[in-house]
Design a binder for this molecule. Structure first.
Ligand code: ADP
Length: 165
């Protein structure tokens, strides 16, 4: 039976830190669904289709990675894909408390689906989508932090936004 994992997140936009977690999950699981969670409480820079498109382009060379989205409960999404596991990345102690809470809730909702954590590489431990957006917005160099097409998409997005103002 295939081992199936879901890597959920906002991915607004995908960074090299996310990509590293996805690659490492894809080395272990037979199928990895990267699920863009459409969380209404956040105000995203990229819409869901744009985020999915960027993820699809940077994971093109990973045949067992599939890109999807969901706006419901993660655990229901995972069940609908017959997933055995949810995979999350961990950066620092600050991630731990939040992840512990979500993991406990997901276990309460379904004991069959295990959550696995992959520890980030040191070089990505400070990296988040929000910091990348912040730096890019003010013209900072994010070259080593995101794939080239994500860097281009960010520059284009902020250009559009400044025209709209
Ligand atoms: P969420 O909004 O659920 O936190 P994110 O898109 O920020 O979603 O992140 C999705 C997943 O990727 C989470 O498990 C998060 O901890 C992980 N992640 C984000 N940035 C990094 C990074 N630099 N290194 C490792 N994991 C990361």
């Amino acid at each position: 039976m295939d081992k199936i994992a879901v890597v959920p997140g906002s991915f607004d936009p995908i960074t090299n830190g996310h990509l590293d977690i996805i690659k490492r999950a894809a080395d272990i699981f037979d199928i990895v669904y990267v699920a863009v969670m459409n969380n209404s409480s956040k105000n995203p820079l990229f819409n869901v289709d744009e985020r999915m498109d960027l993820i699809a382009r940077v994971t093109e060379n990973m045949p067992n990675v599939k890109i999807d989205s969901s706006s419901g409960l993660l655990i229901n999404y995972a069940k609908s894909k017959n997933a055995n596991a949810i995979v999350r990345g961990l950066r620092a102690v600050s991630d731990f408390e939040y992840e512990m809470q979500i993991t406990s809730m997901n276990r309460f909702l379904d004991k069959q689906i295990e959550t696995f954590f992959i520890m980030t590489q040191n070089k990505y431990s400070f990296l988040s989508s929000s910091i990348v957006k912040e730096v890019s917005q003010y013209g900072g160099d994010i070259h080593d932090l995101v794939p080239a097409i994500v860097e281009e998409a960010l520059i284009e997005k902020f250009k559009q936004k400044s025209i709209e103002k």
